[in-house]
Design a protein around this ligand. Structure first.
Ligand code: FNR
Length: 367
């Protein structure tokens, strides 16, 4: 019997190597790549190594519980699936497989606006709690329609991505003249907008985004969004105390410290470096989540110690999906949970509430 890919893999990073072998170059580069010089991309992961652990010993860790709650939903792990576009580029079952994996692990999936199965199809695929990530196009009716559809399909929160008035300059996509194969579409937009990717001048996605995104979107539009939905709103893409305070003032339910996987503005802080500033600014008024570069249980431990309530993972899910479909995504979530539980046990923390600022030391050194 052929071994499943997941049996060969002992950590999340190894799924990336498998994905690189298996994906067409255009797709791998699209998933893996970041903006311009990719400085932030490189340091989104390496920045975690500037944070050192301060474990406490001789603590009774015979029972360690990594469960928590996110916006009031009980989840077995402080890990969510980040919204990433076009999962069918990784696997024919695309977001359906991802949703099943997240549901079977009991955790929350944030579905991308640019998903390759419709939000209704994804809602039916996995019974778990789901959030819907929203981009706002110039034609505001599209956002209004999709928010109402998400509400009706049972999504529990809207994740408004704030860092994408235009697409960042992803040079690999320009070089590869990124476009979509005929069998993959942005399914939520069927019947609302005809999506044509013009790759004649480089990345078809960049050209498409330039023509569709509403660059005028601003903090005052939170009021507009609240007028069309009662769902809690999370703002994704916060990197400064200033914007964290505006989010609190706007009355959102939480913020996600994120640099969009380093795909937007290069040379912004690696997200883990921006976390504490945001946590200090919001003073516990709303929860703070983090994504960007999370590849190990110790990364999650560090994020929680610096004040995040949970993390989201983007690329590792896409790589697990590529290698082994639903089972690969489940395995990614399982490996990260197991590693977190081990890190907590070895640091003397029996629950996520036990993880304190004093469990980490931030330094400016890489070694
Ligand atoms: C993304 N991300 C993203 N974010 C968003 O709000 N809407 C989207 O459609 C997408 N699409 C997307 C596609 C791909 C291929 C990637 C890699 C990322 C950003 C995503 O939600 C998240 O912020 C990062 O992926 C987190 O960083 P890591 O975990 O990939 O390092």
């Amino acid at each position: 019997m052929e071994m499943s890919s997941s049996e060969l893999v002992v950590n999340v990073g190894e799924y990336e190597a498998l994905a690189k072998q298996r994906l067409p170059k255009m797709v791998y580069d699209f998933y893996a790549g970041g903006a311009e010089d990719q400085w932030t991309l490189q340091h989104n992961t390496t920045a975690f190594s500037t944070i050192r652990l301060r474990p406490r010993v001789l603590v009774d860790v015979s029972k360690v519980d990594i469960s928590t709650s996110i916006l009031g939903f009980k989840v077995p792990m402080p890990i969510m699936v980040a919204p990433t576009s076009l999962h069918r580029l990784a696997h024919p079952e695309g977001e359906l497989a991802t949703a099943r994996a997240a549901a079977s692990m009991g955790t929350i999936m944030a579905l991308s606006f640019s998903s390759s199965f419709s939000l209704e199809e994804v809602a039916e695929a996995g019974c778990g709690v789901k959030f819907f990530q929203l981009y706002v196009y110039k034609d505001r009716k599209i956002a209004e329609t999709l928010v109402l559809r998400a509400e009706k399909a049972g999504y529990k929160a809207i994740v408004l991505t704030g860092d994408t008035p235009r697409l960042g300059r992803r040079e690999a996509d320009i070089r590869n003249r990124f476009t979509l194969p005929p069998n993959v579409t942005m399914k939520n937009l069927d019947g609302l907008l005809s999506v044509q990717l013009d790759k004649s001048k480089g990345s078809g996605l960049e050209a498409y985004a330039a023509g569709t995104m509403d660059k005028s979107l601003s903090w005052k539009d939170i009021r507009w969004l609240k007028s069309i939905t009662n769902l809690p709103i999370l703002v994704k893409g916060i990197l400064t105390a200033e914007d964290a305070l505006l989010a609190v003032q706007a009355g959102v339910a939480g913020v996600i410290v994120s640099n969009h996987g380093a795909r937007q503005l290069d040379f912004v802080l690696p997200s883990i470096m921006a976390l504490e500033e945001v946590v200090n600014a919001v003073q516990g008024k709303i929860p703070v989540f983090l994504d960007g570069g999370v590849r190990r249980g110790t990364d999650i431990f560090k994020a929680l110690a610096l004040g995040a309530e949970a993390v989201l993972i983007g690329r590792p899910v896409l790589y697990g999906l590529t290698a082994d479909g639903e089972r690969g995504v489940k395995n990614v979530l399982q490996m990260l949970s197991d590693e977190l539980e081990l890190a907590m046990s070895l640091s003397g923390c029996c629950s996520v509430k036990d993880i304190k600022r004093s469990h980490v030391q931030t330094t400016s050194q890489m070694f």
